[in-house]
Design a protein around this ligand. Structure first.
Ligand SMILES: *Cc1c(COP(=O)(O)O)cnc(C)c1O
Length: 361
């Protein structure tokens, strides 16, 4: 066997939620299958994005704009940030990889919560970073302990806000306390993949902190509320130095032409974002109520997913639900064997989910 790089040997590959096509193949299920395992938008993609793709699809013989000029321009206007403080990637996971690629030397320490979004751990392994995993406290970031873990070997700190898989947020006051503890030569990554689902005065305005702190990078994505996970586009805001460093290590044309056109159009689709937000709020209330009725414990969420806790190994519930055409997400790899992460769906999907859970437990 050809020997792998040492860092790569122990990596367990990222395991996405099961695709619908795969479940159909494996189980031959006839009824409609619903996928509540990857936090996708159950209302579909932004219609403005779809329209833009239809109009421009003929141009795919031409390479994309390597600089994503129009997308950055739109983001610049929307968030009041200069284009040279913006970077765009093939999903925010690419940006996470680029941050590690540009900055992590083997042995550098990376502080993150345990559990937190699994890609952080994987990136850490790929680049030989030393993962400093701080256990969650009441399903939320333990900010004090994270701050105490900072030392001269610390290179990156990553906060997912809210956390995938628990859905909890770090509040404004704690966020402001924490950013003052992070030295200038340490990068603080704030991953706000679910930001548009949150309208709460306690949710930090991370963009404000960029004015004072050149070491912060904020990540957003089109995969969640905009419903464009299949196009793979995420973006980041940071100081010009960090943005320039990430540009050094990326592949050219990392965001394809269709993706650029569609996401630029989606940024104008306030109506769709609002509708998706409302669907999520209503679904959350419905599921809270029904889960309580089923005597199931859950962690109150700020995202478009709910972490539900079972008395038994959640894998059994996962398999039984899948047989009934409902795909959920086990989070064994996050160290939570008795919990499932469930995406909030459409009203019909949520009802079906509850019916299936009632039958199973
Ligand atoms: C879903 C998710 C992302 C999005 O990744 P993309 O590559 O943009 O699709 C990023 N971070 C967290 C915490 C997520 O849950």
């Amino acid at each position: 066997m050809i020997e792998l790089r040492n860092f790569v040997k122990n990596i367990r590959p990222y395991k996405p939620g099961k695709p619908i096509e795969e479940v159909v193949r494996e189980l031959g299920i006839k009824e409609e299958i619903i996928k509540l395992s990857s936090n996708e938008n159950p209302l579909g993609p932004s219609p403005k994005a779809v329209q833009a793709i239809k109009e421009k699809i003929e141009n795919i013989n031409i390479y994309p704009d390597d600089n994503c000029f129009y997308l950055k321009k739109k983001l610049s206007e929307k968030f009041n940030i200069q284009p040279n403080n913006i970077t765009v990637g093939s999903g925010s996971v690419e940006l996470i990889e680029l941050i590690f690629k540009a900055y992590v030397n083997p042995g550098d320490e990376i502080i993150m919560s345990d559990p937190s979004f699994i890609m952080y751990k994987i990136a850490c392994h790929i680049f030989g970073g030393k993962r400093i995993a701080i256990p969650l406290k009441d399903h939320a970031h333990d900010i004090e302990t994270m701050a105490k873990a900072i030392n001269r070997r610390t290179k990156i700190i990553i906060l997912d806000n809210p956390i995938n898989p628990t859905g909890t947020i770090i509040r404004n006051d704690k966020f402001n306390y924490f950013i003052e503890k992070v030295p200038e030569n340490v990068i603080l990554v704030v991953d706000e993949a679910y930001k548009e689902y949150i309208e709460n005065e306690n949710y930090p305005n991370a963009i404000d902190s960029l004015k004072k702190h050149k070491n912060i990078i904020i990540l957003h994505t089109f995969s969640k509320i905009y419903g464009l996970a299949g196009l793979r586009v995420g973006y980041g805001f940071s100081s010009t130095n960090i943005i320039a460093a990430l540009m050094k290590v990326r592949l050219p044309f990392n965001v394809n032409r269709i993706a650029q056109i569609a996401t630029t159009a989606a940024l104008d689709d306030d109506e769709f974002v609002k509708k998706s937000y409302k669907n999520n709020e209503a679904g959350k209330e419905f599921l809270y109520k029904e889960l309580k009725r089923l005597n199931l414990k859950y962690t109150p969420t700020y995202g478009n997913f709910i972490l539900v806790h079972f008395e038994c190994e959640a894998k059994n519930v996962f398999q039984a639900a899948q047989k009934r055409g409902v795909i959920l997400r086990t989070i064994l790899e996050y160290g939570l064997p008795n919990s499932l992460r469930i995406t909030i769906g459409t009203p019909q999907q949520n009802k079906r989910l509850i019916e299936v859970l009632r039958k199973i437990i």
